[in-house]
Every structure is written in C-alpha cells, then in structure tokens.
Design a protein around this ligand. Sequence first.
Ligand code: CP3
Length: 407
Amino acid sequence: MVAADAHAASVGRAAAAAAQGAPTDADSTPLAAGATIPSVTDAVLQPASAPSPAGLPADHPLVDGRTSSAPLVLAARRQPVPVTPVWFMRQAGRSLPEYREVRAGIPMLESCFRTDLVVEITLQPVRRHGVDAAIFFSDIVVPLKAVGVDLDIVPGVGPVVAEPFRTAADVDRLRDLEPDDVAPVLAAATALAGELGGTPLIGFAGAPFTLASYLVEGGPSRDHARTKALMYSEPEVWHALLGRLSRIAGQFLRQQVLAGASAVQLFDSWVGALPSRDYREYVLPHSTAALGAVADLGVPRIHFGVGTGELLADMRDAGADVVGVDFRVPLAEAARRVGDGVALQGNLDPAALFSSPEAVSARVGRVLEDAAGLPGHIFNLGHGVLPDTDPDVITRVVEQVHSATRR
Ligand code: CP3
C-alpha cells in the first residue's frame, strides 16, 4: 500500500520535472528560497477549488476564513491576538490513555498510514486540552518510508534504518516524494481540516539535517559522529543527500498545506549539534529550500530545534515566520537574537510539568513574563511532552495561559 509503484512514480517525476522545466536530478542545487515544487497531482487533490491569489485552494481554511483569524495564525503573523495561543509538541501521543487505547497492538508506522487513526489521534489532544492548534499525527520518517526507505520506529528507541546512507550510491536510493506515496496521510489532513473548524492544523516535516542524521547513523545518535564525518569529509555527497531530503521534506509540507494544514513546522531537532558556521555552510541552504517549498502558499512557517540557542538567527534566515525556542534560552533573550521580524514559540521545560502545581504555575508565569511585549508569541514546551506527563497538568497549563493572557 505504502510502497509506490516504481513505474508510475518515475512517470510522475518526469512529468513534474517537465512542468517545472527542471532536471529530475538537481540534487546538488538546492531550490532557491521562494522556489516552489509544483505537483502534477495538486489539481487531483483539490479538484473543485480554484487557487486563491496566495496559491491556496479557495476552500482552504486560511482562505475561506475558518482559520485566518485563529490566535495561532495571528500570533505567527505578529498581529494582535485575543489570547496567547498554546499547543504542545508531542501533544498527540503516549501521555494520553485514549491514545494508548487506539494504538494498542498497532505498530507506530502502520498507524501513521491509517487515515482513521491519524484523524482520531490528531483530534484527541484538541478535545481534551482545548489547545489552539492540532499537530498532525505522523512522524518525521513517514515520507522516507513512503519513498521506500527500509526503516522502522522501534518503541523506546526511535527510527532505525536497515541500511544506513553513507555513499554517493546510497544517495541514489532516495527518490522524490509523490503525493500518491502518502495518499492515506493526505486524506487524513483533508478530513482533519473539515473536522477542526476554526482550529488550525499544523503540518510538519523533519528538516534535512535531522533526517540525514537518522539515515547516516542508522538510528538515534548522541554525538552525530558519522553524520559529521560525512559532512566534513565528503561535502559533495553530503550536499547531494541534503538536496534530496530538502525536496522530500518540502514536498511533504506542501502537500499537507494543499490538503488543509494552516501552518507548518519544520523540525530540526538535532541541528543544535552544529556551530553556526557549519550550520550556514552545510544546512541552511537545504532548510531554506524545504521551507521555500511552501513560501508561495502564505502559510505561517515555524522552524524549531533543540539546543539551538546559538543558531536562532540562522534558523530565522532559512525563511521562518516563527522560530521555536527550547527551554535553555529565555524568550526575551531569544527575541534579542532574532530581532522583531519573526514571532517566537516556546518554551516551558517539558520536565517542569512534573513539579508541584504551584511550581508548574510559577514556571508558566515566568514564560509569559519573558514573552510580554514580544510582537508574536505561541506558547509551547521547549521540546515534546514526555510520555509519563500527567495529562491533567497539560490541561491546566492551557487554562492558565488562556486566562492570564485574555485581552
Ligand atoms: O503530537 C505530536 O507532536 C504529533 C506527532 C509527532 C510524532 N513524532 C509522533 C510520534 C511528531 C511531530 C513527531 C516528530 C518527530 N519524530 C521528531 C521531531 C520532534 C522531536 O521530538 O524533536 C523526531 C526526532 C522523531 C523521531 C522519533 N519518532 C522519536 C525520537 C520517537 C520516540 C521513540 C520512543 O519510543 O521513545 C518516535 C516515535 C514517535 N513519534 C512516537 C510518537 C507519538 C512514540 C511512538 C509510540 O507511541 O509508540
């Protein structure tokens, strides 16, 4: 079901490339910022809708008005908000008993390709916590699986790749993503946009560096040693690999938006392992290309990484409207580093949710104080919800953020 028909895929690729007047294999030349990745099947996905001036279908929630005044969208655009929007990375997942119930006996990756499960799991935290956005239930490795990479998500470990990618020949194993490869996933995004009404759906993708780290290491890594070895020793192979990953990530973001997502987040979870100079040389052009794939659609773009205090301005430069901040840098300091041309998202320490109710409330208050006066703030954690978090604590944080910031 997931594995694409190779012939159909190659025909689709050729047609898409012809439509762009571009070579099929422009790996070492990342797309310029603002470049688009048109798809031959865009029209098939949204048959009844004429594109809006912004390039979105007329019945897209941002165009027909359902989400255009949602607090998350306003904050991302640095416009006045009635209340500070709040959502949580990993809000859909193991902290919720209703999640564990529907996932029982179904492997993680299988659940990501089941439309009914994706819809249900994405909605669960919205119903329970009253958060201001739904994050699409999926995983950063879903588009890699969809283009045929042999990988699995091992419980308690994370993504594990059967044959790691380390040579030029390995790079050739990565083909472009076609919408058909992720049809059940996109069907879930469309259904969710219908179910969610005024609550925006956030689509997402893993950024090229973080995806490369899993592909090169073969699994999670603390030091990213093999990844850095490839980057420093064989920069041509590195750029070819990241060029392909940026196309896959960009296409995945674009298709989620066309299917109904009102914002996107690019997760570069592990790029904090690099100093700024390396980020700019080896990563920035590719993350810029991934975010550039949705630039013409006018959706807010959030760019997040862990331990990226030294990279905040660089990550802004990749084309973000919102920079996600982990808990190590206070928001006011992060704002000084990125300037006032972008909004900020963050940054309560997920571990703080295990403290006493008074302490949690004080920590939430401190984040809001740090954010006071920012041109746009989206409340979130500094990284994902930890699996053992008490869901009631999360609900109380939402209530506190809303009651403290209602204007
Ligand atoms: O609520 C949400 O945020 C939506 C869904 C989501 C998942 N993964 C579901 C998931 C999102 C946005 C992701 C992104 C993701 N996946 C990232 C970037 C965000 C981050 O945390 O920095 C990364 C690095 C991955 C890779 C990955 N997938 C890891 C490290 C793990 C955890 C492995 C484990 O068991 O500890 C996964 C699996 C995963 N992805 C789970 C969920 C809910 C847990 C699997 C399960 O429930 O069995």
